[in-house]
Design a protein around this ligand. Structure first.
Ligand SMILES: Nc1ncnc2c1ncn2[C@@H]1O[C@H](COP(=O)(O)OP(=O)(O)OP(=O)(O)O)[C@@H](O)[C@H]1O
Length: 804
């Protein structure tokens, strides 16, 4: 990869802190990629490097480029978005944080649906606004006092109690929203010194792209991770700050970074992206900024190029046609014309939707806003909800969706009654899709019965990681529980086959210790099976442990029969209001004698005591729960049976095969049989699941990774150059991208700059947004507007006037 001397100096500066602030098109992304390669050549291990990008698409592109140069190491690099990084960290630390280890992630729409229910809203604009406020408050907030979530949501004023309700609903569903990802990581790093220190030592080299759009809570995490090695690079362009409305605080972050890390500052002067003429236009416009940070200069190799074409059409329809005609002409006259190298940008989705209708009618292949939102499409969301429910049996939001769409005998009235009446007695809607619960008539029937006959075993395991296919169980501790009096205990170490590596810091057992004290896995599993024979298994936050122990036993040729088990985390979620659900917090809440220590046998003793406190809490609501189940069980049985069959299949089938079967059996094809486009999308979804399957992972882990991808992925991540279609995208989405030809449409006053942003005092950010639009073009730029729409005359944008 060719670099100029300034770029090369940055790529080679690997030790210590650096700050690169440089204008659009000067090769920041190129340098970051080159720097990763350089670091590995200089001896940094790929697994010690962290690179944060703004989109999954950018992360993917960077990985692909590194792979071309250093094929066998690229996979070990951690190149992620902020949310991807946090999800990955929390997955590893979930148990210590009192979060369910099998949590799933809610996308924006799921959050909005929940907000709509909890805040009882009808106007979609209100739903969006409330959701956004909730998220901002949470990702900024930190809870210091004893008032728990109420403290976090204090900023919401009178609505704080609803904020708490929303949070409890997430908790019940074993899901985290995007703001939770940031929130929990910050809390973890602030409150758990052991974990904080471990993470501080985790990476030896860090680089963060697009720093201008980073929140200070995100910076807090990055700064923490960077403090260990001090090798941290921040890169960005203050003139392209376009997310302050969503809470980014670039000036504050940079001043903190300068103060703490004393970075060497680099600048990049030459723009390699565009023609001299287009750069002169961008430069002219940037003079409008109240506070300009960088100067833009054309690299000597840049061609002169034509000036931008500016056009005012009489109507919006005529403007769209003008764009279409130009694209058609370009396609005819340009050798090797590629539709995907031409884009239409606009300030809002409405304008793009209008233009896409016209372009489609003119036969121009284009990728519309709707197509970008693939994972949000109704039929796709239906199929994803089914899979989510397989992975996470507590996902009430997914269940509500499925019941309303696919189970005709269950309507909103039934769902609301169960949820409302269930709240008072500890019954959840998701209990009604659990076959054993339907058969027993109460979710706690089996555990209460096992308690009476002294047939509960409480257990805990230590493992070498969180990969179901690869990690090993290295310790099992268990106690037979008979009401707390007489206990028979079990405790064994297992010799590991692969080195424990970094996980030693978590469980404290070295390879050497396990070699001396451990025994072969198969022997230990067999003994444990004998010990636990006929008992009901219980543990704290053990959804993940059960998967691990089953998978490990299967690898050594043993089928462990753990069909039913109970979780004290689940009991606590239903019957205890605690600031969090870590074992230690609950031990404190109930004043238990035994406190947990992270050692499996101590934790088992604590869990036994905890169970003693929790089981009596299930008794008062028992008659109401039984009555509710009896009333509705017939309606739920067929779906519960179906789900149980899929769940069994999910242990064996690869994700692509599983989703195909689920889509077929669920009746989704039938449901959408009259809408071929939706059927096509379902088939496309099967393709996504097949393509993204990582064959080396356990089917469950692979499935979870894909579901996480569908939640974390942003619209723009689906933009691929391979499909030869003109992408129609908002300017915000175009950040970091480049195209041969760019059309910026809807440049009317009130639309761009947006009326609302100007009203709210964000004209400067609108200017920067327009600057981002101008700097996406490599060869040609078309700026257009219209003189009139349904509501009357429209003046050209002042941004256009500034270019005249
Ligand atoms: N030294 C170089 N020689 C030739 N081309 C270069 C050089 N450096 C960068 N480029 C090209 O210039 C273009 C812009 O580079 P890149 O996308 O890395 O810039 P950037 O600073 O990240 O831009 P932005 O801030 O707008 O996202 C790309 O097409 C890249 O390949």
């Amino acid at each position: 990869m060719e670099l100029n001397p300034e770029q090369a100096a940055i790529a080679e500066h690997l030790h210590g802190a650096i700050l690169v602030l440089a204008p659009a098109g000067t090769g920041k992304t190129r340098v970051l990629t080159a720097r990763l390669i350089q670091a590995m050549k200089a001896g940094f291990q790929a697994q010690d490097i962290l690179c944060l990008t703004f989109t999954n698409r950018a992360a993917q592109e960077m990985k692909t480029r590194v792979r071309q140069e250093i094929p066998n190491q690229a996979e070990q690099l951690t190149i992620k978005t902020f949310h991807g990084l946090c999800a990955w960290m929390l997955r590893q630390e979930a148990t210590a944080m009192g979060l369910p280890a099998d949590f799933t992630i809610f996308d924006d729409r799921d959050c909005q649906e929940l907000v709509q229910q909890i805040f009882n809203l009808s106007d979609p604009r209100d739903v969006k606004q409330y959701t956004s406020e909730l998220m901002t408050t949470k990702s900024r907030g930190y809870w210091q006092g004893d008032d728990g979530w109420l403290g976090v949501f204090r900023g919401l004023g009178d609505y704080a109690p609803q904020g708490v309700k929303y949070q409890l609903a997430l908790q019940e569903r074993h899901t985290l929203d995007f703001a939770d990802l940031i929130y929990y990581v910050r809390r973890m790093l602030r409150t758990d010194p052991e974990i904080a220190q471990r993470w501080q030592q985790r990476f030896k080299l860090l680089q963060i792209d697009e720093v201008q759009d980073t929140h200070s809570s995100e910076y807090e995490i990055v700064a923490h991770l960077g403090r260990g090695s001090g090798n941290i690079a921040l890169i960005g362009d203050l003139d392209q700050t376009i997310f302050e409305w969503r809470g980014s605080e670039p000036e504050l972050i940079l001043s903190q970074f300068r103060q703490e890390f004393q970075p060497q500052v680099y600048e990049l002067a030459w723009n390699y992206r565009a023609t001299k003429s287009l750069l002169a236009t961008a430069d002219q416009f940037a003079q409008e900024f109240a506070n300009r940070h960088t100067r833009i200069s054309a690299a000597p190799s840049c061609p002169a190029g034509p000036p931008p074409i500016i056009h005012q059409a009489p109507t919006a329809q005529a403007e769209a046609q003008w764009i279409g005609q130009h694209i058609q002409a370009l396609a005819k006259t340009t050798p090797n014309f590629s539709y995907s190298r031409t884009t239409v940008l606009a300030r809002n989705h409405f304008r793009l939707a209008e233009i896409s209708t016209t372009l489609k009618a003119m036969g121009i292949p284009c990728l519309t806003v709707e197509q970008f939102e693939f994972f949000q499409r109704q039929e796709v969301k239906d199929a994803l909800a089914l899979i989510r429910l397989l992975l996470n049996p507590f996902d009430t939001t997914a269940l509500r969706r499925i019941l309303l769409q696919l189970v005709p005998q269950i309507g909103l009235g039934t769902i609301n009654t169960i949820q409302k009446q269930g709240q008072a007695c500890g019954l959840w809607l998701t209990d009604l899709i659990d076959l054993p619960t339907l058969e027993d008539g109460d979710p706690f029937h089996a555990i209460l019965q096992a308690q009476q006959s002294g047939k509960i075993i409480v257990f805990d395991v230590e493992t070498t990681g969180f990969s179901v296919a690869e990690s090993e169980v290295i310790e099992i501790a268990a106690q037979r529980y008979d009401g707390g009096e007489h206990t028979l205990s079990f405790q064994r170490f297992i010799t590991n086959l692969k080195p424990v590596g970094e996980t030693e810091a978590v469980h404290g057992y070295s390879d050497q210790f396990l070699m001396i004290r451990g025994r072969p896995a198969k022997e230990v599993f067999k003994e444990f099976q004998r010990f636990a024979q006929g008992a009901y298994w219980v543990g704290h936050n053990l959804g993940f442990d059960v998967k691990m122990i089953k998978a490990h036993a299967r690898r050594v040729g043993l089928e462990l029969n753990i069909s039913r088990w109970g979780d004290t985390l689940n009991l606590a979620h239903r019957f205890v209001q605690a600031p969090n659900y870590k074992l230690a917090t609950l031990a404190q809440h109930f004043h238990l004698k035994q406190t947990p220590t992270h050692k499996a046998d101590d934790d088992v003793r604590t869990t036994v005591e905890l169970l003693n406190c929790l089981l009596p809490l299930t008794l008062p609501g028992r008659p109401q729960r039984q009555a509710l189940i009896q009333r509705y069980q017939r309606q739920f049985f067929p779906f519960a049976r179906q789900l149980s069959q899929w769940r069994q299949a999910s242990d064996q089938l690869r994700p692509g095969e599983l989703i195909r079967q689920v889509i077929q059996d669920s009746g989704l094809y039938r449901h959408y049989s009259s809408q071929p486009e939706r059927l096509e999308n379902l088939d496309q979804l099967i393709d996504v699941f097949t393509e993204r399957d990582q064959a080396h992972l356990h089917p469950h882990t692979a499935l979870r990774e894909i579901i996480e991808f569908t939640a974390l992925t942003r619209n723009i991540d689906r933009l691929t150059q391979a499909e030869n279609l003109v992408p129609l995208i908002t300017v915000h989405q175009a950040k970091g991208l480049e195209f041969d030809r760019v059309f910026v449409a809807g440049l009317a006053d009130g639309e761009f700059p947006s009326f609302r942003s100007v009203q709210e005092g964000r004209l400067e950010e609108e200017k920067r947004l327009f600057y981002v639009a101008l700097t996406r073009a490599q060869q040609q730029l078309f700026l257009s507007t219209h003189a009139q729409d349904d509501r009357g005359k429209k003046a050209p944008s002042p941004f256009l006037t500034a270019l005249a």
